[in-house]
Write a protein that binds this ligand. Sequence first.
Ligand code: IPM
Ligand code: MN
Length: 355
Amino acid sequence: MAKVWDIAVIPGDGTGPEVIAEGLKVLRAAADKMGFSYRLSHYNYGGQHYLKTGEVMPLSAIEEFRHVDAIYLGAIGHPEVKPGILEKGILLNLRFGLDQYINLRPVKLYPGVDTPLKDKGPDDIDFVVVRENTEGLYCGSGGFFKKGTPDEMAIQESVNTRSGVERCIRYALEYCRKRNKAKKVTLCGKTNVLTYAFDLWERVFHEVGTEYPDITLDYGHVDAVCMWMIKNPEWFDMIVTDNMFGDIITDLGAVIQGGLGIAAGGNINPQGTSMFEPIGGSAPKYAGKGIINPLAAIIACQMMLDFLGESEGANLVERAVIEVLSKHLKSLEAGKMGYSTGEVGDLVAQYIHTI
Ligand code: IPM
Ligand code: MN
């Protein structure tokens, strides 16, 4: 009997539920077309649930998620909840608890999409960022000393383990080989200042890199990488970096690929449960209006299908997205698409049926 994919859905806050609804519409269309099956289980964790019950996300949820094939996440973040509570309690808790040690963020400019970069097109903007997702400054190590006094001190430490760095670099090298484009991986670091953390990264990069003689090893300091991403994005094939730098450069990447309306990412544990999400956040000011762009969530769904091994279904979704982008949408921005959130989802689903 064919496999039935078990997918946990966490629509989350703000515009999360609206964009996830469209992603699920597209998933239905792809499944009908390709003949694969899935089962959804919905979880209502997020700001509303927290304000109502005081519960962020129970430990038991993580245990349940270990048994699903993938998690499809909308957005986490609520204007009435102090920053950090939901992000740490849900998003980071899932990434860490499920050991999703890779944050995979493709930066790809689709035809018909405007980039703010002058004279750059789809041939120039097509690279993948592999961001370490469970260590670095995100690990929560540090603390206050003399909090609230004039002598107050705050320490936030970046933790980099040999094994954590190695598995991330290995993933990037393997992915680069499979991607088979320029066969180049750029380590994005700061070896001139962060002389412990990135010394380790650089040593591991070159050590592990010797096992990949077909791949060119390249290095850039994070500040310079930001500059080159704008000036010469065509130089990049794959970028591998730590958690904090990866967070920053992937927002920059999102902007050059057309904005947060189209940027998606995967939180990957190759041996466990992975989670796919649009990276734009909950955008509370657009919530409930039906004007947010659902394409990032739809592309997150495409990444999920690809990861599950439904690569034909994933290709179908991508082709449909490209059709809709080049033939329909006026803009990727909320309220300026020329279509409602639901209509964009309908268009993608319709293309899937007609391809
Ligand atoms: C992201 C987000 C998260 C991060 C926040 C919401 C905790 O910005 O997925 O990039 O910093 O990783
Ligand atoms: Mn971010």
